[in-house]
Design a protein around this ligand. Sequence first.
Ligand SMILES: C=C(O[C@@H]1C=C(C(=O)O)C=C[C@H]1O)C(=O)O
Ligand SMILES: NC(=O)CC[C@H](N)C(=O)O
Length: 607
Amino acid sequence: MPFALLHRDGADHVEVLTGDVVTVETLAGIPLEPGRPVLAVIPYRQIAERGFDCVDDGAPLECLLVDSIERQPLDAFPPGDLTVRDGGFDISDAEYGTIVERVLRDEIGNGEGANFVIHRVWNGTVDGDPVEAARAVFGRLLANEQGTYWTFLVHTGTRTLVGATPERHVSVADEITMMNPISGTFRHGSGSILDFLRDPKEIEELYMVLDEELKMMATVAEHGGQVAGPFLKEMAHLTHTEYLLAGRGSLDVRDVLRETMFAPTVTGSPIENACRVIARHEQRGRRYYAGVVALLDHDSAGRQTLDAPILIRTAEISPDGTLRIPVGATLVRHSTPAGEIAETHTKAAGILGAFTSASSSVRETSSSSETQELLAARNVELARFWLDSREPGALEVPELAGRTAVIVDGEDTFTAMLAHQLKALGLGVSVVPWSAPVPPADLVVVGPGPGDPGDLSDPKMATLHALIRSLLDSGRPFFAVCLGQQVLAAELGLSLVRRDSPYQGLARDIDLFGTVRRVGFYSSFAAMAGLGVGSAEAGLGMGSAGVAANVELAVDPVDGLVHGLRGARFAGVQFHPESVLSRDGVDVLRELLPPLLAEVVSPIVSG
Ligand SMILES: C=C(O[C@@H]1C=C(C(=O)O)C=C[C@H]1O)C(=O)O
Ligand SMILES: NC(=O)CC[C@H](N)C(=O)O
């Protein structure tokens, strides 16, 4: 008989759900009707619905069609007894460390993205009835774990999932959509929480997933939103750092689930390429790891609701007693194999501890005025654009108001954030994929994207080079961001270099055409100023006829790499004005865009 036990978000009770289970192929196939909640167990392979790569292990999308929900007190689920044997990770520490090295060198170092989560699986065998074992563990997690978003047990008849996940993936209630990026992991007893909070790797990791989830929010909360945090997420064995994002949207909750498959905290960014990187380096399916369990329902006013935590810190027990506990770590430019190996052990320890011992000893309260100060300091240099709410029209620029922009997406949904910013400046904005024709607009924006900008055997790069060339030749106004900027620089005759140390998820102050700007980078490549390295104007005699003589470069005085460039009808920046890391991103757009549209007759106006 299928059932689920849910202890949600610190409630004083457990919800006991029963009903029948159906298997569906797609998220759109989840049968959602008023008056009958559905608990859907969504495997990672579902990400193929977005057209993204994954190793297909055939794990089914199962839905519990809920007939009854009963509330029971927490003490109705005491910790129980069980035995686990033959345990160990499927890939050794050494093998995992080798994968970490490879991802840092071949992927992050090569412009494929900023952060990637690679998992490994602790396998064992549970003696006796698997459902009874899962109940015993559920009771132990209720008693011993803390800071969980959901502690739960789902038994679909064919499989049993039991876990204590800290992380809300996405929720919708009262028309408010919320997401909760959690990243940064401190193992209790491993030193000082203050050192953890000051560690640049842990700080940058959280910013990167904040950026990636803001991209998702820009799609699913189209009416705008706000960021709260950072906060500490204190669990029994470890403490994480987190932000909470809230916004207003109007999508069907199944579309919200599809647009957010799956969290960057368990995949990476940019997400589409992260899925390729994961498939390439993991070479096996993820089953339910990094997927979600989702409760879909309607409220008393008939509006849809959704509550969906991420399937991490979750064990799967098969009918034959096979136990799987998958865990992963976020790999970023500062990662070390030893550090990430240790992190997978730390994360496994919470849920594994519930299988191997009835009590949990480690528990710490880390919050203090010092921790609060360190957390608060993290927002000081972030973009107020994403942190504050403002009156409609507050940022409008007269030269841009009423004009149109089309953003060409190079496989990084930073374009959704750019679209928000350009709309705030007054532009009418559309976004098209790089593979589609570019429709008429006053301004073309060539967006960021993963990959090596010089690799013309890559169809995306070839297309973007051709696009930039035709924009240069036609004199149509355009703006280029990151990958777009690299392609633009190459078309202007500058050479591209791979940075010794990637600028993936890095904020810094730069001199941009005479003004100091704090901006965020997500790049491994950059253009090198040809002549006159170190000067702000090195554009003369760069080769490519016609345009080069009038190009102004913003060059880093230390390494001679180009942060930005501009001509009469175009401008490009190597950083991301749309990133939450770019405190001055909107100001840069307000400076660089209006001159591009000066004296241009709108094709819309001229018909
Ligand atoms: C990937 C996992 O956890 C995620 C990754 C974290 C990190 O890298 O610091 C922290 C919390 C989770 O968002 C996992 O538990 O398997
Ligand atoms: N964000 C981007 O556009 C990155 C561009 C390029 N792939 C690099 O890493 O340099």
